[in-house]
Design a protein around this ligand. Structure first.
Ligand code: NAD
Ligand code: IMJ
Length: 256
């Protein structure tokens, strides 16, 4: 008996076994949710397919979120195969590497557009496409943010601005979706060593800082984040929407 028995959910953002989305998928599967996976491009299919298949996933479809046609195709497949949807996990972001260093004022117009498109607008587009499948049966959406939306973090630059847009989008979307019985929330996760953190200069220093200064005196794991995602996607959070839950060992509450 799981708390998500009979529920159906789609996961955006698995790249490999370190991905936050992969830990979320495992937690949802453990509680009985039937899952569909998407992957960002042909190059990722060979990594994502074995992970998905190990959870008995049958629907594994491509979805580059910058391509409206691919978004439409995902939800047409889900409508045809399932006829509805209970959960959506948005765990993806992208900015050009050159934009994630140096001064923020050097952000290019195209770099800004791409980062905001992939990392923030995609949530709006996926929500719109998912809504017809979700509204007749409740449902919940969760996305991943970072503290760089709230405070300046060196090198995070345009991603911080994209995360601010993502978090505020969650509030506006929550107001739209609430009357339709659908909830949407953000997890603001602490730093985790995933593909999205590879090659980020100063990342080790940030991990050390969290371990030293956070109330829990440790870093968070993908599993810590996944457990909060499970809560936000299940009936355990039935009264919660438009919220941002920090899963960061308490780091964000500290002043001096
Ligand atoms: P990850 O690299 O495993 O996941 C990022 C995902 O984004 C990948 O699966 C990638 O394929 C996907 N993606 C990139 N461009 C895409 C596109 N055009 N279309 C569809 N998908 C695309 O890294 P992660 O750390 O698991 O990141 C997941 C989320 O968590 C991101 O939103 C990230 O900003 C957020 N986050 C990460 C950390 C961290 O320290 N790792 C902390 C807080 C928040
Ligand atoms: C990313 C950049 C700079 C500082 C950073 C990060 N810190 C953390 C991250 C301190 C924790 C990871 N993070 C929260 C992200 O959202 C990462 C997003 C990201 C990472 C890359 C790396 C590879 C690339 N493009 C990217 N786009 C987005 O080419």
């Amino acid at each position: 008996m799981g708390i998500l028995d009979g529920k159906k959910g789609v996961i955006f953002g698995v790249a490999n076994e370190r991905s936050i989305a992969w830990a979320v998928a495992q937690a949802l599967h453990k509680e009985g949710m039937e899952l569909a996976f998407t992957y960002a491009g042909a190059a990722l299919e060979s990594r994502v397919r074995p992970l998905a298949e190990s959870l008995g996933v049958k629907i594994i479809v491509p979805c580059d979120v910058t391509d409206y046609g691919q978004i439409q195709a995902v939800f047409e497949t889900l409508q045809k195969e399932w006829g509805g949807l209970d959960g959506l996990v948005h765990s993806l972001a992208f900015a050009k590497k050159e934009e994630l260093k140096g001064e923020y004022y050097n952000t290019t117009r195209e770099g800004f557009r791409l980062a905001l498109d992939v990392s923030a607008f995609s949530l709006v587009a996926l929500t719109k496409a998912a809504l017809p499948l979700m509204e007749s049966r409740g449902g919940a959406i969760v996305t991943m943010s970072y503290y760089g939306a709230e405070k300046v973090i060196s090198n995070y630059n345009v991603m911080g601005v994209a995360k601010a847009a993502l978090e505020t989008s969650v509030q506006y979307l929550a107001a739209d979706l609430g009357p339709k019985g659908v909830r949407i929330n953000t997890i603001s996760a602490g730093p985790v060593k995933t593909l999205a953190a590879m090659g980020i200069s100063g990342f080790k220093g940030i991990l050390d800082m969290v371990e030293t200064k956070s109330p829990l005196r440790r870093n968070v794991t993908q599993e810590d984040i996944a457990k909060t995602a499970l809560y936000l996607l299940s009936d355990l959070s039935s009264g919660v929407t438009g919220e941002s839950v920090h899963v960061d060992a308490g780091y964000n509450i500290m002043g001096i």
